[in-house]
Design a protein around this ligand. Structure first.
Ligand code: IVH
Length: 661
């Protein structure tokens, strides 16, 4: 083979391999082989500059991640649907259609709870995947839709064709993704729809590829150009081209059949492996569409019936009270377990005294439970018909259920508080908060362990966390622990000392000071010592801080116990200064890193961005100048080279620890 031929061959191979690596996250060759081919190509191109091409993988590799999504214009706007909430709305819809065009067949489909997407094919090839956006302008998500297995990348049909449908995540994929996120200490996805939308909008397709998305096609654009005359036929046409269509759609001859279908799937929705939020009813005969017409936003030949939030009846067997870290007391309904929207609920918040009194919620009452915002279970109302003589009227407690201190409620507040700073419940909750992910992020010091250590007298205050290492001998003999887990915990505690100041401020649990305000304070004052001098005027001068927050902060820092705590933390070496994100991190500034192998937590581009944000550089090859090589699994030649040159090699976890410092 001549040089030109070999260059072309290498370009082809490397394009395929980098697509497998970067987009599909499923490499078919080792790093080593990939690097060897890439280096051969680089060498051949350097020696033969006349064959230079901008499309060469040597120019393009690793640049598949975009800064932001390119905008896409939808030639045919992606409309939405008008809604029906009950039988009346559906009958009115049907009457209007009949008046316009006479009786029709309807095609009824499940309304998949995901996000709308459009796919365009030219010459049988997928050339564009786009989001709906505002209906006229969407975003180009081609790289991400290419990672969805059920979407054909080529079809056996050469005319230009555009299909639309719903991109979604199955319940199983959602649960798996969240299980993984929990293990990695990442925030959980709220529901499959959010997870799907978040994944599709990942700039790094490697992340989208991991999320196991799926798509049901529900629409063929410009059906007449494909000789389609009815919607059900269009769905079959799509199916024959290899698209996934939902198998549960059905033709209904009249609105009564539509209503029966809706009733059936209202019952069955929890048995499906994907979320649906309603039923879509469409006139089947495409020839009638223009006659029936459109409004500004939606076609008049279709309507979406939306399910009401699922409400379930169960019994409150006891009302208990929970003490939060600020001492806030929340009444909680302990329920006979029931399944609501797919998960078992045995406790529901009753918010506060006013809420319970207003709704007259009692122990032994049957109540209606609903998931507020589809997540947090709440008691909607009492089923009064079922009230039994043994119902027990609600009485707000007057003393803290844990420490017995009198509870107080000021006029401006809905909640009662335990004001005893020595209340065990408050202290435990406070310690849990201090070590939790969004604050000091001490892995291994979760709820159960804090509670156990607290009750064993090992951990009563924040200071005790940083003195735990003195009790190592005792800790390693505790049941359920060992040298390894205790040393890991102690190491994590040590690492937490380098956290940025906003994490510490948030961790202190100052009333009204959440994640955002903590950042604001940290960045405005840059060190914690200045907080002792601050007064209310200084604080309210900052945009995001109002009177109530300011007062709480001043009060906290005037407390002599706070001074003591901060002095102790300072002695322990806990960082009390703020480093803004653009400021350099010693571990990274001016240093060159090389990434190799398959990383699990970060994509290559995330890792690169992080290194760069702390002032470091990322290089493609290992040399004497390399500070460290971050080696994922299956690392190849770069790792060998690092070992050969005696360059520091970090596992992904070690790299993560360095970043988290
Ligand atoms: S038809 C012009 N069919 O619901 C008609 N939509 O507002 C276009 N959806 O944005 C929509 N399942 O994302 C249709 N079987 C289905 C659907 C469906 C889910 C979504 C779609 C649209 C929204 C309606």
């Amino acid at each position: 083979m001549d040089i030109k031929g070999r260059i072309e061959e290498l370009r082809k191979l490397l394009t395929t391999y980098s697509h497998e690596y970067y987009i599909l996250d499923n490499p078919s060759v080792s790093d080593q082989e990939f690097d060897a081919l890439l280096h051969e190509l680089i060498r051949l191109e350097q020696e033969n500059p006349m064959y230079f091409s901008e499309d060469s993988p040597t120019v393009k590799i690793g640049t598949t991640v975009l800064d932001k999504f390119e905008k896409v214009h939808h030639d045919v706007p992606m409309m939405s649907l008008s809604n029906a909430f009950n039988e009346d709305d559906l009958r009115t819809f049907d009457e209007k259609i009949k008046k316009e065009v006479g009786p029709v067949n309807y095609n009824v489909e499940l309304k998949i709870d995901g996000l709308a997407g459009s796919l365009k094919y030219e010459n049988g090839k997928l050339i564009l995947g786009a989001t709906r956006g505002n209906g006229v302008i969407g975003e180009n998500i081609t790289n991400n839709v290419k990672t969805i297995q059920s979407i054909p990348k080529t079809i056996n049909y050469l005319d230009n064709v555009e299909v639309r449908g719903e991109i979604f995540m199955s319940k199983e994929a959602f649960n798996n993704a969240n299980r993984e996120r929990e293990e990695m200490g990442l925030e959980l996805f709220k529901n499959p729809r959010n997870a799907a939308a978040g994944s599709v909008r990942q700039l790094d397709s490697k992340i989208a590829a991991k999320r196991n998305l799926d798509m049901f096609i529900y629409n063929v654009v410009s059906p007449d150009s494909h000789n389609l005359t009815n919607h059900s036929g269009a769905l079959l046409f799509a199916q024959n081209l290899g698209f996934n269509i939902n198998p549960l759609s059905q033709i209904c001859k009249n609105i009564d059949e539509v209503i029966a279908y809706i009733e059936f799937y209202t019952q069955k929705r929890n048995d499906l492996d994907y979320d649906i939020d309603g039923i879509v009813v469409k006139v089947d005969d495409l020839n009638l569409y223009d006659e029936i017409g459109y409004t500004q936003k939606s076609p008049k030949w279709a309507i979406a019936y939306k399910f009401p939030a699922e409400e379930v009846v169960t019994k409150i067997h006891k009302i208990t009270f929970q003490v939060g870290r600020t001492g806030q007391i929340t009444p909680v309904a302990n329920l006979d377990p029931v399944i609501v929207q797919g998960s078992t609920v045995s406790r529901a918040t009753l918010h506060n005294e006013d809420y319970v009194v207003e709704k007259d919620i009692r122990e032994n009452d049957y109540v209606i439970i609903r998931k507020a915002g589809d997540i947090i279970p709440e008691v909607v109302r009492v089923v009064l018909d079922k009230r039994s003589p043994d119902s027990i009227s609600f009485a707000m407690i007057k003393q803290c259920p844990v420490c017995g201190a009198p509870l107080t409620r000021t006029d401006s507040e809905a909640d009662y508080y335990c004001r005893n700073d020595f209340c065990d419940a408050k202290k435990i909750e406070g310690l849990i908060h201090f070590s939790s992910r969004k604050t000091m992020n001490i892995e291994g010091l979760g709820e159960k362990i804090v509670e156990q250590f607290y009750n064993d007298g090992l951990l009563k205050t924040i200071q005790d966390i940083y003195l735990l290492h003195e009790k190592r001998d005792e800790l390693i003999t505790k049941e359920g622990f060992g040298v390894k887990s205790i040393d890991k915990l102690l190491e994590n505690i040590e690492i937490s000392k380098s956290n940025n100041l906003d994490k510490l401020i948030f961790g202190l649990g100052i009333r009204h000071v959440g994640e955002k305000v903590s950042k604001v304070i940290a960045s405005n004052f840059t060190n914690i010592f200045d907080m002792f001098k601050v007064d209310i005027e200084d604080l309210v001068a900052i945009d995001e801080i109002g009177e109530v927050i300011a007062e709480s902060i001043v009060q906290y820092f005037r407390d002599p116990m706070t001074r003591e705590l901060i002095d102790d933390l300072s002695r322990f070496g806990v960082n009390l200064y703020y480093q803004s994100n653009v400021s350099l991190k010693d571990e990274f500034a001016g240093k060159t890193f090389v990434l190799t192998g398959k990383l699990e937590v970060y994509s290559r581009d995330e890792a690169k961005a992080l290194i760069e944000s702390f002032g470091g550089k990322v290089s493609g090859s290992v040399s004497k100048k390399t500070f460290a090589v971050v080696a994922g699994s299956d690392a190849g030649s770069k790792l060998d080279k690092a070992n050969e040159l005696g360059i520091k090699v970090l596992s992904e976890q070690e790299f993560k620890d360095l970043l988290d410092r």
